[in-house]
Design a protein around this ligand. Structure first.
Ligand SMILES: NC(=O)c1ccc[n+]([C@@H]2O[C@H](COP(=O)([O-])OP(=O)(O)OC[C@H]3O[C@@H](n4cnc5c(N)ncnc54)[C@H](OP(=O)(O)O)[C@@H]3O)[C@@H](O)[C@H]2O)c1
Length: 268
């Protein structure tokens, strides 16, 4: 068997959506893939470890179990994440912290737990799943955007810190994909909120966009490519042309011009 096919890959959040597609696709390609879930699942065609990324002990035990079974870890894909909706004024720190716990400190815990092994191996790759939302402060999704922007910055810094150890890291930022993210999203819309009708309308619009969006298997195909590259790029973006273009416009023009595009798109 070729070396490439023996790689041991851990994907957080393998029970649903993008993570499940990644696990199923890479398993079908002969990789040794482990997903994770916080609850018991039916047989998905690949092994699942029990990991809650918001819990230190759970992360430690889950990674120890993987290393006990396989003796190594070649790729960590930090995919587990949750969405959040609500106006900035309504996003109280206690609720916002929960989203940061999953989307930022969760991946941080996972990286800190696998890195001693990867450094000792003198090889390894970490792929952090960000979002196109991390390139722009999206209205009524500010906290979600902030978590994904944070994860991107942590990854950019990590790449340079890992240079002496031959361990690589990169970010993959998806656009909209048809998954269960809307059902699992944390929504903060207090009854008395002055923003209530706007947030409800925007939530409906976003849910429709997610339901009619691309197959998450597209992300799995890109992951396979990244895994096969000796020196991955800093960032990868996957999604529809319009979504990729939005990142380029934000980067090159930005400011009020870009803000007006968002205002028009979201009918604010
Ligand atoms: N769908 C999109 O349009 C889109 C766009 C850009 C970025 N993303 C990002 O892609 C990633 C996957 O999202 P998805 O759309 O596939 O969502 P999803 O269908 O809701 O799946 C979320 C996964 O995360 C896991 N998870 C949630 N909280 C967790 C925790 N505390 N500990 C461990 N696992 C946890 C869930 O596993 P259990 O509940 O079984 O534990 C589930 O497998 C997220 O990081 C998301 O932000 C998605």
């Amino acid at each position: 068997m070729a070396y490439r096919q023996e790689k041991v890959i851990l994907v957080t959040g393998g029970s649903s959506g993008i993570g499940k597609s990644i696990c199923q696709y890479l398993t079908s390609k002969g990789f040794k893939v482990y997903g994770t879930s916080r609850k018991a699942q039916e047989d998905l065609g690949f092994p699942l470890l029990s990991i809650d990324v918001t819990d230190d002990e759970s992360v430690k035990l889950g990674v120890e179990e993987l290393l006990r079974r396989e003796g190594r870890i070649d790729v960590l894909i930090n995919n587990a994440g949750i969405g959040m909706m609500g106006a900035v004024e309504d996003s109280i720190p206690k609720d916002s912290l929960k989203v940061f716990e999953t989307n930022v400190f969760g991946p941080l815990r996972m990286m800190q737990t696998v890195l001693p092994t990867m450094r000792a191996q003198k090889s390894g790759l970490i792929i952090n799943i960000g979002s196109i939302a991390g390139y722009m402060g999206l209205p009524y999704r500010s906290i979600y955007s902030a978590t994904k922007a944070s994860l991107g910055m942590i990854t950019e810094a990590l790449r340079m810190e890992l240079k002496p150890y031959n361990v690589k890291a990169c970010v993959l930022d998806p656009g909209d994909y048809s998954t269960s993210i809307a059902q699992h999203r944390q929504v903060n819309i207090p009854e008395q909120s002055p923003y209530r009708s706007s947030v409800v309308a925007l939530e409906k619009m976003i849910d429709e966009e997610v339901h009619s969006s691309s197959d998450p298997m597209e992300v799995a195909l890109l992951i396979e490519k990244i895994i096969s590259i000796p020196e991955p790029k800093v960032r990868y973006i996957s999604g529809k042309f319009k979504q990729k273009l939005s990142v380029a416009i934000k980067h090159w023009i930005g400011g009020k011009f870009f803000e007006n595009i968002l205002v028009k798109h979201y009918k604010l």
